[in-house]
Design a protein around this ligand. Structure first.
Ligand code: GDP
Length: 230
């Protein structure tokens, strides 16, 4: 028999002038067959295109890289247990920006613009790499970076570039192999071996599925334990 308690409080505030909008209080308590799920408190702080726009906060930051269509938006939603949080456009041709999300007043998840769009101009690629490299090099509160890939894709020059920026700046990088639900367990294990051989033995790989919300909790626990110490 299903017993449910559902509570939904929502504070919703828009302020386009300051380029910020905030989800101030948003909790769902859903007691059903013994499960109790609480949505993360998360606020969209702002979008930045260069270091002058970064938020003035000293909370630890975790950066999120992802190739277009790798499931980066789906991961952000799964990470915060939301249906639609990563709403900021990542469409090619639109202005690309770095999006800062404050979570639980403890840390900031920084959604970096996606890369690897087909048919993108050289200028846009240059803008992307300048924006992202500047962030990695300049942001003192950055404690680690996550890179989302489709588990079926090979390691490419793009991933290598990101890995090298992280190494140069002493930043730990963890790779999240998304869409694992598309492969059997043994196929997943083989892909991890291939990707390890293509990249670097220093890299930690997690197999996840943003769609099925598998492995996301483990990533969260890793971040808290290793990088945030909250
Ligand atoms: P983004 O461009 O990196 O932000 O990718 P999206 O989150 O928009 O996802 C791109 C497509 O991949 C969408 O059709 C998603 O439904 C799908 N997708 C994302 N994550 C997963 C996953 O873990 N498994 C599967 N099978 N599909 C996924």
């Amino acid at each position: 028999m299903l017993a449910g308690i559902y509570a939904h409080l929502r504070g919703f505030f828009f302020n386009f002038g300051k380029r910020s909008f905030e989800f101030s209080t948003d909790r769902v308590c859903n007691v059903s067959k013994g499960t109790f799920k609480i949505m993360s408190k998360v606020e969209f702080i702002l979008s930045a295109t260069n270091k002058d726009h970064y938020p003035k906060t000293s909370l630890p930051e975790v950066a999120l890289f992802g190739r277009s269509n790798s499931g980066k938006s789906s991961f952000v939603n799964a990470f915060f247990n939301r249906k639609k949080l990563a709403f900021v456009s990542n469409t090619p041709g639109k202005t690309q920006s770095i999006n800062f999300f404050k979570a639980e007043d403890k840390y900031v998840l920084v959604d970096l613009p996606g890369y690897g769009f087909a048919q993108v101009s050289k200028k846009l690629i240059r803008n992307w790499s300048q924006m992202v490299e500047e962030y990695i090099a300049e942001r003192e509160s950055l404690v680690g970076a996550l890179l989302i890939m489709d588990i079926r894709r090979d390691w490419s020059v793009d991933e290598n570039l990101i890995f090298n920026w992280c190494v140069e700046n002493g930043m730990p990088l963890v790779v999240l192999l998304n869409k694992s639900d598309k492969l059997s367990r043994s196929q997943q294990e083989r892909r991890v071996e291939v990707l390890k051989a293509q990249s670097s033995p220093e890299i930690i790989f997690f197999r996840i599925s943003a769609l099925k919300r598998m492995g996301v909790q483990e990533v969260k626990e890793f971040i808290f334990k290793e990088w945030i110490n909250a």
